[in-house]
Design a protein around this ligand. Structure first.
Ligand code: DGL
Length: 259
């Protein structure tokens, strides 16, 4: 791998911006190529085979574009495709996000916990192994069908309505919320409007640290200009505009996981 290559980051849409912004806080000198697969969004309801194929196409694109490492900034794609991508492309490091359920075990084991994720993630073998290993026996699982899509559309009223319907019964029941989809850190405020104050768990800061370590260990760190390129599979200008707007907002905030 070429150390001056870019880091490829992808998601089914712009949600992975929540991962990229954490990465850029600690790796500001790397150059990035972000791929938003809005043509095939949402991934949450697709079959394993469909997701593997879509991810494979994106990886081939990243390799053509000289990417030196690939971040799967989508929990659903990580759960369903990371293993087979690593097998097929052993020479490129893959860094995959997963719901931060182990952090609950490490930092807030005794508290009732809600895991919010796509149906695909909640039912995946990978997530169920994680759950079994770190089960705090006070955990509710919630498949948020259609939520990532609403966040992708950006209609706050629709999002609030959805959250009211799906989350109200957990008010006063849960203290921890695992954001098991990379779109969900974008609606923390709206989640707290329904649940009251909760402790959020997001895997992105740890993923960023892990990526840094992988680049260091493989002598792949570079001293570039921190350029971010954006591609969308539907070439939607509106997506691009919102992506950079959110990226700028998050870059300027020091918001991190509340401990
Ligand atoms: N952002 C994605 C995730 O982390 C997927 C959302 C979707 O396309 O369903 O799971």
């Amino acid at each position: 791998m070429n150390k001056s290559g870019k880091i490829g980051v992808f998601d089914s849409g712009i949600g992975g911006v929540t991962v990229l912004s954490e990465i850029m806080k600690i790796l500001p000198k790397e150059n990035y190529l972000y791929y938003s697969d809005s043509k095939n969004n949402p991934y949450g309801d697709k079959t394993d085979e469909e997701i593997k194929q879509l991810c494979d196409n994106i990886v081939q694109y990243f390799i053509e574009k000289d990417c030196k490492a690939i971040v799967i900034a989508c929990n659903t794609a990580s759960a369903k495709a990371a293993q087979c991508l690593r097998k097929k492309y052993p020479n490129i490091p893959f860094i995959a996000i997963e719901p931060a359920y182990k952090m609950v075990y490490d930092y807030a084991y005794s508290k009732p916990t809600l895991v919010m994720a796509t149906k695909g993630t909640i039912h995946s073998e990978k997530f169920n192994l994680l759950l079994k290993k770190y089960d705090n026996h006070k955990t509710y699982l919630l498949s948020c069908v259609g939520l990532a899509d609403k966040i992708e559309q950006g209609n706050k009223e629709e999002i609030r309505k959805y959250l009211k319907e799906t989350l109200s019964s957990y008010k006063n029941e849960v203290e921890n919320v695992v954001l098991g989809c990379t779109h969900y850190p974008l609606i923390q405020e709206e989640i707290e409007e329904i649940l009251g104050q909760v402790q959020f768990f997001n895997g992105a800061p740890n993923l960023a640290q892990y990526l840094k370590k992988i680049l260091q260990d493989n002598n792949l760190l570079t001293n570039g200009q921190g350029i971010v390129e954006f591609e969308d599979s539907q070439e939607l200008e509106e997506k691009k505009r919102r992506f950079f707007e959110i990226l700028r907002e998050r870059e300027n905030s020091n918001e991190n996981i509340k401990k």
